[in-house]
Design a protein. Structure first.
Length: 214
């Protein structure tokens, strides 16, 4: 009943915060995915460099997000810019790992067959290697998206946009009026965003993954 009372008259504000959160997550995952694909394509044919990149991407995920935000505050100040950079950085890491693994797992016999019919390196990448690796890459994008939707709440510490402000305002006022309701509402809306994004990515996979690879 208290939660329902809290929601009354706040629909517009909650919708705006939800939009901010979803938009920030989408944009950072998109930028991170593009960066990850470019980096992976540049290194996956080089065994030592690709192994180093793969290891680095996994180690980078252990960096505390708040510590990275604090570092970014020095050159960029509060607000959207440090929030975006931090989230895009973390969004890149899972996609790099899965893209390198996916591209390196393409059977050599398939690549040799493509070379045998005269396809160029880029044609092989786009029409042979990438489609075969795509299911693994998409898993990395799904992992990245789920992670970023959750981590995006932390940017409220630097006055970043989204639902994190609800959660941290509620936690800072625990015991006060509407504190628990604010925290629960922000958390539930973040979970809903994560579920919607994941459903859309599953749908994307159904349309873009070759039937023989599904």
């Amino acid at each position: 009943m208290d939660l329902w009372n809290y929601l009354q008259g706040r629909g517009e504000t909650l919708a705006f915060l939800t939009y901010q959160h979803a938009s920030l997550a989408f944009q950072t995952v998109f930028v991170g995915t593009v960066a990850a694909l470019l980096i992976s394509v540049a290194v996956y044919r080089l065994p030592f460099v690709s192994a180093l990149t793969l290891t680095s991407s996994r180690v980078a995920l252990t960096i505390p997000s708040l510590a990275l935000l604090a570092i970014l505050l020095v050159p960029f100040g509060l607000g959207v810019v440090p929030s975006f950079i931090m989230l895009a950085f973390f969004a890149t890491m899972p996609v790099i790992g899965n893209t390198i693994v996916g591209l390196r797992s393409v059977p050599a016999s398939v690549i040799e067959s493509a070379q045998g019919i005269g396809l160029s390196r880029w044609r092989i990448l786009l029409t042979v290697e990438f489609p075969i690796a795509w299911p693994v890459i998409l898993i990395g994008i799904r992992i990245s998206t789920q992670m970023i939707v959750g981590v995006a709440a932390i940017v409220a510490y630097v006055l970043g946009p989204g639902l994190g402000s609800l959660i941290f305002n509620g936690l800072s006022r625990l015991g006060g009026a509407n504190a628990l309701e604010m925290t629960v509402t922000g958390t539930v809306l973040i979970v809903i965003i994560a579920l919607v994004f994941d459903a859309l990515l599953v749908l994307l996979g159904r349309f873009t993954i070759a039937k023989g690879l599904q």
